[in-house]
Design a protein around this ligand. Structure first.
Ligand code: ASP
Length: 428
């Protein structure tokens, strides 16, 4: 990964039969693992299921990091930002860009769905009724739910928004306590440092986890499962690629940030690969934070505030997918949508993507909200569910790419982007 860190697990002078492998950079190993995984999974077919536990082990390892890592690094971040106004400004900027990019993402999804017509001519079979539509919690309820009644319970259940609120208040309180609060601040600083080290240790295992997860996916979904729904898969992938290239890289990094896009891509590739294979942006969070800090030069306070928030509420890929999927269902059932219904889809997809947890398959469950809001049959969900993992891989990658873009922009606008580190990554 980044050259500023010495990786204790990689020998300095590789040699022997594994010399080639050990001499590779982590991101190179991950990409090789991804490709090998597809090949091995394709050859093994459903038996690749036996390799999956290695992937699950990796997922568990990174999940293990989430709560202590976000909590400690956020407390440290807030302690170093003793200006409350600055915190508010950073939060508002991040939230504004999150909403804007999400709305653009759904619009791209709807445009791709209209042009490609993924559901046209599909004789959809009516499977048994799927689970009832998810009810959107009221706005007040959502706000109230952000404040944990019990911070320990919030941590044990991994409720990220609640952990963010508690960490924010704890950081502010430590600062207000002045000299008396300093030992607690030092404790969290040291704890956060230890958690960063642990992230490095877990990441050394990433190539093997990625290999196993890819082999499992490739083995499970043969071509006969994928072909009938090839256009919807293509719609989501084309939309995701357009959004990443045009909105996030072109509009965000190049136009607004005036930064080199290649260096951005080189810096985020570990997080993208982990997002693609684990389909969980919350699960990827430790890697995302590591990439932002070490490869892109985003300051600790910004990365530890903006990224956990993004992993919870900013889901461009999920919103885009919901746009394509809603049109797919409408077309497959031969239902014409009015302009008002398109606008409703944009609004509900934005809300549904904010409400989706960054876990595998969350976007599919929230899709029921979008479909019911415009009276589309929920049976469409069952068809999408069969291939959802493949779609989830693309949308989670976009979700994480969007979070990282926003962290870079916010850091740059606050003068907290170390451009030397950002530009250095190309030589790593
Ligand atoms: N799996 C996605 C994520 O973690 C959420 C979704 O299902 O759309 O970002």
């Amino acid at each position: 990964m980044a050259k500023t860190h010495t990786d204790p697990l990689t020998p300095t002078r590789p040699g022997g039969p594994f010399g080639f492998w050990t001499s590779l950079k982590l991101w190179q190993k991950i990409i090789i693992a991804l490709i090998l995984g597809v090949i091995v999974g394709g050859i093994l077919g459903p038996t690749a299921e036996y390799i999956k536990p290695i992937g699950s082990l990796f997922v568990n390892l990174i999940k293990m990091l989430i709560v202590p890592l976000i909590f400690s690094s956020l407390v440290v971040g807030i302690c170093s930002m003793d200006d409350i106004k600055k915190m508010g400004r950073i939060g508002a900027k991040a939230f504004g860009i999150y909403l804007l990019t999400t709305a653009i993402a759904i619009t791209i999804g709807l445009a791709v769905g209209t042009i490609l017509q993924p559901g046209a001519g599909l004789s959809m079979q009516m499977p048994a009724e799927l689970t009832a539509a998810k009810e959107a919690p009221s706005f007040i309820q959502t706000l109230l739910n952000m404040v944990p009644k019990n911070p320990v319970a919030a941590m044990s259940s991994g409720a990220v928004l609640q952990i963010i609120v508690f960490a924010l208040m704890l950081g502010v309180a430590i600062n207000l306590a002045g000299d008396k609060g300093k030992p607690v601040a030092a404790l969290f600083e040291s704890f956060a440092e230890v958690m960063y080290k642990m992230t490095h240790m877990v990441m050394a295992f990433a190539p093997y986890g990625v290999f196993a997860l890819m082999a499992w996916v490739a083995g499970k979904y043969g071509l006969d499962v994928l072909l009938p729904l090839a256009t919807v898969i293509m719609g989501v992938y084309v939309g995701c690629i357009l959004h990443v290239l045009l909105t996030l890289t072109g509009g965000g990094i190049m136009m607004l940030g005036r930064l080199n896009p290649i260096r951005y891509w080189r810096g985020i590739i570990d997080a993208q690969a982990v997002a693609f294979t684990t389909t969980s942006s919350s699960g990827t969070l430790p890697v995302t934070m590591e990439c932002a800090r070490t490869n892109l030069g985003v300051s600790r306070p910004i990365s530890s505030f903006v990224l956990p928030l993004g992993a919870t509420i900013n889901m461009d890929g999920t919103a885009l997918y919901q746009g394509v999927a809603a049109l797919f269902v409408a077309q497959a059932f031969g239902i014409d949508l009015s302009t008002g219904q398109y606008i409703t889809i944009i609004l509900t997809s934005t809300l549904a993507s904010i409400g989706s947890a960054g876990v595998p398959g969350a976007g599919l469950i929230m899709l029921s909200l979008v479909l019911t809001s415009v009276g589309l049959p929920l049976e469409g969900l069952a068809v999408i569910a069969g291939i959802d993992r493949i779609l989830d891989m693309a949308r989670t990658t976009v979700n994480v790419t969007g979070d990282l873009m926003v962290s870079v922009l916010v850091a740059k606008s606050e003068g907290e982007l170390d451009e030397e580190v950002y530009n250095e990554v190309a030589t790593v």
